[in-house]
Design a protein around this ligand. Structure first.
Ligand code: SF4
Length: 337
């Protein structure tokens, strides 16, 4: 591990002032510490932000909810306002990692965790995300966990978060602060596709700090499901996951639909045209399959992950069926309903 300076920020202003081109913020450390130990991340300075007052989860005047960036994933998933108003988010968080990790991992850290591409963690392998211009070890390599949507010739990695898939479906806003002041970033614009700059996971500047995540008001009731498909039932990243929410009219028709995919792209994947297709229609298998085809339009595998295309389509249909019936996927009994 490369030696680095260690600083503790006493305020958000401090944290921003200390930040530079070769610094990293340390919160729960559940990803960063591994990356430091493996020499994947080699910052000059690590800035501990754990003393900052960013752990609150608070109702906002407009009916929304503000999640502090330093609130842990565990505290967020079991907060009464989250379980009552945003059960999709609680469900997605509980589908991720392990209880121990969720007790330490923070909301801000969850957003900024790095891909789990094997070649990214192997410093002997080429990786454009780790060393720009070095090539991509995954192309032509082991690609079971890699992207089927939005990839580039430079990088075919996926974003590993479950929480972020739900946040995408919820139209969350990421609150950040930096030298130019505060700003809010729509969740769809926070993470990015790899393009020609796969080393940039998101649109956050190096000297900007995530302070909170805002959830807009909205009531989808019991018509949601977070369905996660993986190689083993616990403590594994998604091959494919689906966050689905439906708001139903009294006659059972779909008034509004949200569908986001995880495990398939460099960012949570949402296709507004597919959601528009669902709106106003009566729930049916045929309709859900049509939406699934639309969401995965243009999907392409690398050979070993071709199966994810049909898996994603079937998972979308199943998650929408679960949401429409008001029977969300359980993450206690992990059997797929
Ligand atoms: Fe690196 Fe992306 Fe290629 Fe993985 S897929 S080796 S993260 S460039």
């Amino acid at each position: 591990m490369k030696r680095f300076d260690f600083a503790q920020a006493g305020s958000t202003g401090d944290a921003v002032r200390l930040a530079g081109a070769s610094s990293r913020f340390l919160a729960g450390g559940t990803n960063l510490v591994d990356l430091l130990k493996a020499d994947v991340e080699q910052p000059d300075t690590v800035i501990d932000i754990n003393r900052l007052p960013l752990s609150a989860i608070e109702a906002m005047e407009d009916g929304g909810l503000r999640l502090g960036a330093l609130a842990t994933n565990a505290d967020t998933a079991r907060h009464p306002l989250v379980t009552a108003r945003y059960p999709l988010l609680a469900s997605a968080i509980l589908a991720g990692a392990s209880p121990q990790l969720r007790n330490a991992a923070t909301n801000g850290g969850n957003l900024n965790q790095r891909t789990r591409c094997y070649y990214f963690y192997d410093t002997a392998a080429p990786c454009n995300k780790r060393v720009p211009g070095s090539g991509c070890g995954a192309v032509g390599g082991l690609t079971r966990i890699h992207a089927i949507l939005g990839a580039s010739s430079q990088c075919i990695a996926t974003h590993p978060s479950d929480m972020c898939v739900a946040l995408a479906a919820l139209d969350a806003v990421v609150r950040v602060t930096g030298p130019a002041g505060e700003r809010g970033i729509a969740f769809a614009d926070y993470h990015r596709l790899p393009g020609d700059e796969p080393w940039r996971d998101n649109t956050l500047a190096r000297d900007e700090l995530v302070t909170a995540i805002d959830l807009p008001a909205g009531d989808f009731g019991a018509h949601y499901s977070y369905l996660k498909l993986r190689d083993r039932l616990s403590y594994a990243f998604a091959l494919v996951s689906v966050a689905a929410q439906l708001r139903l009219e009294a006659d059972g028709r779909i008034a509004e639909a949200r569908v986001a995919l995880g495990g398939v792209a460099h960012k949570p994947w949402r296709v507004p045209a597919a959601e528009a297709l669902l709106a106003g229609a009566a729930p049916s298998e045929a309709l859900f399959r049509q939406a699934a085809e639309r969401i995965t339009e243009g999907a392409a595998g690398q050979g070993a992950n071709d199966f994810k295309i049909e898996l994603a389509r079937r998972a979308i249909v199943r998650a929408l069926r679960q949401a429409a019936a008001g029977r969300p996927q359980s993450h206690t009994d992990k059997r797929i309903a």
